[in-house]
Design a protein around this ligand. Structure first.
Ligand code: TXA
Ligand code: MG
Length: 317
């Protein structure tokens, strides 16, 4: 059930149950990162394959050494600059970190969430939280407590309500290969801001055969409705004249379009606002019994890259 009672969440976690919690990016399904039985519950509820590792959420950067070791200086600099915040660092794991969390990898993903409720809860606990996004594997991430309830109904004892997520897309994931920084997932912090701290990033977000970050698998973040992505919505519409259509647009409604549902993400053309509203708009469109959703491609820079990345993966193959 939906609640704001942090103590209920704490009790649930102490008893090895999983809860949903708000973060500044999306809602997460959280479990005691030191309890294998609790971690297994996440994989089962999400129907997530065991080869897809989880992110550990810690209360402050000072706890980094309890989870990771051999941390490159650049990693420390990034943590200092962006935590608490939507940056996930992939680092060499301490040996005691469960293989369930890391999918058997030698590395572990870690972040400090920047949400008052998530931080208040972490501060009440003696263990960190393993938490993937609170959606069934492959579907749209939740940005409200109601989205989580819609997915999991009575299966969660506690869904902590923290309102609408502030940034609305997942964290940016950075790892290190041969001591050089690598982007594993586009996210809430754009590449340019990361590069200001660490210099040029290499990008390995599209390799499905070697899923460094399986959240990058080709179909992910996907609505149930067949979805198209285009630079020219008006043109594509012509091929679907007899269909029930929903449009996902950046800043302008299309005129003279009867019977078409339109979601405009930011009337002022503010890319941050668009990212914040992206998943909620997709959730709404997906509930409208449409034949298809047509999404407009965003300007491919800054956060626009992250939005395009998610829309690309929302397309059914
Ligand atoms: O914003 C977020 O990161 C949200 C909130 C809840 O914190 N969490 C989230 O978790 O998006 P999840 O599990 O949905 O996505 C985590 C991604 C997955 O694509 C996973 O493959 C990748 O992180 N990942 C986890 N451990 C990794 C590792 N050791 N190396 C590379 N990628 C890893
Ligand atoms: Mg996810």
């Amino acid at each position: 059930m939906i609640t704001t009672d942090i103590n209920k969440a704490k009790q649930s976690l102490i008893h090895d149950n999983i809860i949903a919690l708000p973060t500044e990016t999306v809602y997460g399904l959280a479990a005691n990162a030191y309890s294998e039985s609790a971690i297994k519950k996440i994989f089962t509820l999400k129907k997530r394959p065991y080869n897809n590792p989880l992110i550990i959420h810690i209360k402050a950067a000072s706890y980094l050494n309890t989870i990771a070791c051999d941390i490159p200086d650049m990693g420390l600099k990034l943590a200092e600059k962006f935590w608490p915040g939507p940056l996930t660092l992939v680092l060499k794991k301490q040996t005691h970190i469960s293989d369930l969390i890391t999918a058997g990898k030698e590395t572990v993903a870690i972040r400090v969430p920047n949400h008052p409720i998530a931080l208040a809860l972490l501060n009440e606990l003696t263990f960190p939280l393993a938490a993937p996004s609170a959606n069934p594997y492959g579907s749209i991430s939740p940005t409200t407590a109601a989205h989580v309830l819609g997915y999991f109904k009575d299966e969660l004892e506690v869904i902590l309500d923290g309102g609408e997520c502030e940034s609305g897309v997942e964290s940016t994931i950075i790892g290190f290969e041969d001591n050089k920084p690598v982007l594993y997932r586009h996210g809430s912090i754009c590449i340019k801001d990361i590069e200001q701290i660490v210099g040029k990033l290499s990008i390995t977000t599209n390799n499905n055969n070697k899923p460094n970050a399986p959240g990058m698998s080709s179909r992910h973040y996907a609505p149930m409705t067949n979805t198209y992505l285009t630079n020219n919505v008006t043109e594509l519409l012509k091929s679907f004249s007899d269909k029930k259509i929903g449009l996902l647009l950046f800043n302008n409604k299309l005129l003279n379009t009867e019977n078409i549902i339109q979601e405009v993400l930011s009337e002022n053309g503010n890319i941050k606002e668009a990212a914040q509203k992206l998943y909620a708009a997709l959730h709404r469109l997906d509930k409208c019994n449409l034949d298809i959703i047509i999404a407009e491609k965003f300007p491919n820079k800054g956060l626009g890259k992250t939005i395009n990345d998610r829309l690309q993966r929302a397309i059914m193959k």
